[in-house]
Design a protein around this ligand. Sequence first.
Ligand SMILES: Nc1nc2c(ncn2[C@@H]2O[C@H](COP(=O)(O)OP(=O)(O)OP(=O)(O)O)[C@@H](O)[C@H]2O)c(=O)[nH]1
Ligand SMILES: *[C@@H]1O[C@H](CO)[C@@H](O)[C@H](O)[C@H]1NC(C)=O
Length: 227
Amino acid sequence: MASRKTSQRNREDVDKYSVLLPTYNERENLPLIVWLLVKYFGESGHNYEIIVIDDGSPDGTLEVAEQLQKIYGEDKILLRPRAKKLGLGTAYIHGMKHATGNFIIIMDADLSHHPKFIPEFIELQKEGDYDLVSGTRYRGNGGVYGWDLRRKIIRLYKKKVLESLVERCVSKGYVFQMEMIVRARQLNYTIGEVPISFVDRVYGESKLGGNEIVSFLKGLLTLFATT
Ligand SMILES: Nc1nc2c(ncn2[C@@H]2O[C@H](COP(=O)(O)OP(=O)(O)OP(=O)(O)O)[C@@H](O)[C@H]2O)c(=O)[nH]1
Ligand SMILES: *[C@@H]1O[C@H](CO)[C@@H](O)[C@H](O)[C@H]1NC(C)=O
């Protein structure tokens, strides 16, 4: 028993989460999403890296990402840009190849996903040793919609599982994300589900309250003042 606990603890110590953030014209959203990720990973104490895959955004997203890298460190923010817009599916694959974590988190950079759910994804994955954990949308009244097969969802994968799924998937674009989950079921991977309210967009309803925005802006000012 004691030795099992020790090995579990050791495993947790080496667990690392690679967040893949594909960006195309996300200059305005990227600082907030990265700040939130750093905040929630910092609070939960998990080891992580954020991989920004920018596809030559004309709005200068990459320059913003470079600034963020200076602020948070090259070990936390990795830049894996591509010269032109090659699509979301291949952006994930490209990012995955550069990931050093044993877990991969896939999310959008456009603020349709709130990073505050990530610690819940991680806890659930550990509890059930799930191969992947996906969000399930529900209404405020508790009515569950079930699988949200659309692309706007956060997912946490064991890296090996994601690699095996990517090998098998043939579709492009956001059908790719749909295919991944269908294949995962076919292959009998174990899947955990975290309920995510429809209103939990970063700017949705009251979720990212005025206080959080204010402290974000203060944090940014402090960072720019000290770097
Ligand atoms: N690297 C990369 N990121 C992309 C690409 N297309 C979209 N993204 C990013 O992927 C995430 C989800 O993108 P979408 O929801 O498809 O982006 P969108 O611009 O809202 O797409 P539409 O709803 O089709 O206009 C966002 O973070 C986008 O910035 C692409 O070709 N390459
Ligand atoms: C998945 O499980 C089902 C039911 O137990 C089984 O019939 C099927 O062969 C399994 N598929 C794989 C790929 O292991």
